[in-house]
Design a protein around this ligand. Sequence first.
Ligand code: PHB
Length: 394
Amino acid sequence: MPLSRRSLLGVTGAVAASSLLPRPARSASLAKIRIGLLLPYSGTYAALGHNITDAMKLAAHEHGDKLGGREIEWVAVDDESDPAKAPANVNKLVVGEKVDILTGPVHSGVAMAMMQIVREEQTLTLVTNAGAQAVTGALCAPHVFRTSFSNWQTSYPCADVMLKAGHKKVALVFWNYGFGQESMAAFKEGFLKGGGAIVKEFPVPFPSTEFQANLSELASLKPDAVFVFFAGAGAAKFVKDYAAAGLREKIPLYGSGFLTEGVLAAQGPAAEGIQTTLHYAEALPSAANKKFREAFKKATTREADVYAVAGYDTVNLLSVALGKVKGDTAARKELIAALETARIESPRGPFRFSRAHNPVQDIYLREVKGGQQRVVSVALKDAEDPAVGCALVK
Ligand code: PHB
């Protein structure tokens, strides 16, 4: 049942109480633009949060550390990928810190709590990772955009890939929360329609990385292949455990691309042969991708990944839109229209928003070979999320 505004105030105490006071007037031309970052800096998704943040700051730096002529003040909160703490953390940024624009989170459960508050507060929001369908579906809003993906986009195309490879009986293993559930539902939609069958589902509580019992059962079940959702530190461990259990050579492993994103070095030879679908691949040959990867490496000494791409694109889109309104965030209608029509060359390819404010993008089939993520093909061209229930799509 949705939380009411009153219960949110109760949860967040002193911070939320300040929402009863009038907002201070702010000179759009002079004040720094305050950008909220609601991201994980601890826990299993910490590396994802850091890559999004550092790529946002890299893009800002490339624009002279200004957006629409205004200097930037970053206001970050560690959301710990904990949905239970999300209302308090969102209120801290939106109501307490009065950020002009909210960005984040990584975790779909955190995003669901965030949506409720930003819809009430009318906060301009750019979702930088979480794929929860409702963000650009039933809860879509004119002032909410997503620069990453929907769960459907990253999982549905893999069904066709696996059917074409001749896999008819498949097992599913996934973290059992919003993203995992929606990812599996999208995969099943395509897989069952194409004549495949699901032999067993293995939901794993988030963020547990205890996989042994499931791996033993998979070994005796012998499905044609396995489709999974894990990400970050959990993905690194699952892939290593899968290989250590002797399953890598016997039962091909597939997933949405998060399975190998940002964790390939940690997975080592255990990741060889894994095929995944995602809207980005490090090997994309475009000039925009090469430039981005070099700049990110130089700035951080780390390799860029899909998470960094979303952070980078978020700030580049904001730069275009805020440039159009000369930094005036009070010009809401114009700012939203400028975001809706913004076009950028993303490291993933040309970027544009759908009517539901989700990216329309190619989904690539990738395969790990020789420790590298190779691009095999485009699994789905111009993939547009179905945006079920979104009032912006008529
Ligand atoms: C999500 O919870 O939406 C999520 C988290 C991590 C990922 C992808 C999606 O890598």
